[in-house]
Ligand binder design. Structure first.
Ligand code: UDP
Length: 322
């Protein structure tokens, strides 16, 4: 019988791609999402949908009692800047909401959770590429919430309540190449959707934050990984937990660094015209270089990103616009 996965945050950008991948690999999917930032158009017709908030325990428990075999948890607030101004919001949604998910799982005997964590748990890199042994020292409240949830999962696993996979994403970009996921993020904060808004005339221009970093062209270097590749790591992680019940934590990135300037130039090439942007001051808390050593994901999950060319990745986004 097909296994049924509850995808909390399944209408969001990464969650909707995870939902699609799970369906393609023969899982049944129940999307649990309050649509506060996700979009209903992202929920595929084959998925069940419950509109609910993870802070609403009765609704969450009702969903968890629907014969669920595993949970993928991506329901979270994720704006770094906002987390420093309004930590209460992040404490409630990310910390309390995640505890509610873990406790509902324990209550209904759901054993496996794949958790959407972040490279933000590492803080300022002491070396790159970063492996999972790198010191943990988040420098923003958002990153702290991700680490705190990892720690809770570690405790629950140690106490025999569940097993978990913590997936530490680097920079997620791109859209499913078959254009099945179409909902764009509202008020995006990240580079790629902001550039796309400039490219489609939704905003007049954008800014590159800092051009005096110690990098080849002076702009920040990041590890951009295609969202469909990320989605595949979630299904592989769930299958591994179901097979051996051994909890683990892995980085998800390509290992390749790309500068902001290189991203902008690649976008201009794909779009076929110049974009309107300025150079602005550095953004607080931005490291010069952040790239992943994802050898552990390769080893444990056989995970290898299919998208390695940044122009190919950008094309999967631009194709939605044309
Ligand atoms: N960035 C930028 N302009 C923007 C948004 C982001 O120059 O309008 C830069 C940002 O400083 C960082 C890179 O783009 O160096 C990626 O930022 P993003 O917010 O997408 O992801 P992060 O690396 O913070 O997770």
């Amino acid at each position: 019988m097909a296994k049924k996965i509850l995808v909390a945050g399944g209408a969001g950008y990464i969650g909707s791609h995870v939902q699609k991948q799970l369906l393609e690999e023969g899982f049944e999917v129940l999307v649990f999402d309050d649509l506060s930032s996700g979009d209903e158009v992202n929920i595929l017709p084959q998925a069940e949908f419950i509109r609910g908030n993870i802070l609403d325990k009765p609704v969450l428990e009702m969903a968890m009692s629907e014969g669920i075999d595993g949970v993928v948890h991506l329901a979270a607030k994720k704006a770094v800047g906002e987390s420093m101004v309004n930590p209460e919001l992040y404490a409630e949604n990310n910390l309390a909401g995640s505890i509610n998910i873990l406790n509902a799982m324990v209550k209904y005997g759901v054993k496996h959770i794949v958790f959407s964590s972040s490279a933000a748990v590492y803080g300022m890199p002491e070396y790159v590429p970063i492996d999972e042994k790198h010191p943990i020292a988040p420098i923003n409240y958002y990153g702290y919430t991700k680490r705190a949830i990892e720690e809770n999962m570690e405790w629950y696993a140690k106490l025999g309540k569940l097993d978990y996979a913590a997936l530490r994403y680097f920079n997620a970009v791109g859209y499913a190449a078959d254009k099945s996921i179409t909902g764009r993020e509202r008020n995006p904060q990240n580079l790629m959707p902001i550039i796309m808004e400039a490219a489609t005339g939704k905003r007049e221009k954008f800014a590159i934050f800092g051009n005096d970093y110690d990098t080849p062209d002076g702009t920040c270097v990041r590890d951009y990984v295609h969202v469909s590749d990320l989605a595949k790591a979630h299904t592989a992680a769930m299958k591994k937990l179901m097979a051996d019940g051994k909890s683990f934590t892995v980085n998800l990135g390509t290992g390749k660094g790309t500068s902001v300037k290189e991203i902008v130039e690649a976008c201009e090439k794909v779009i076929g015209r110049k974009l309107n942007y300025d150079y602005a001051a550095r953004r607080a808390g931005d490291p010069a270089k952040l790239t992943a050593n994802a050898d552990k994901a390769k080893e444990l999950l056989g995970w290898k990103p299919q998208y390695t060319d940044v122009e190919d990745i950008i094309r999967t986004v631009w194709n939605l616009e044309i």
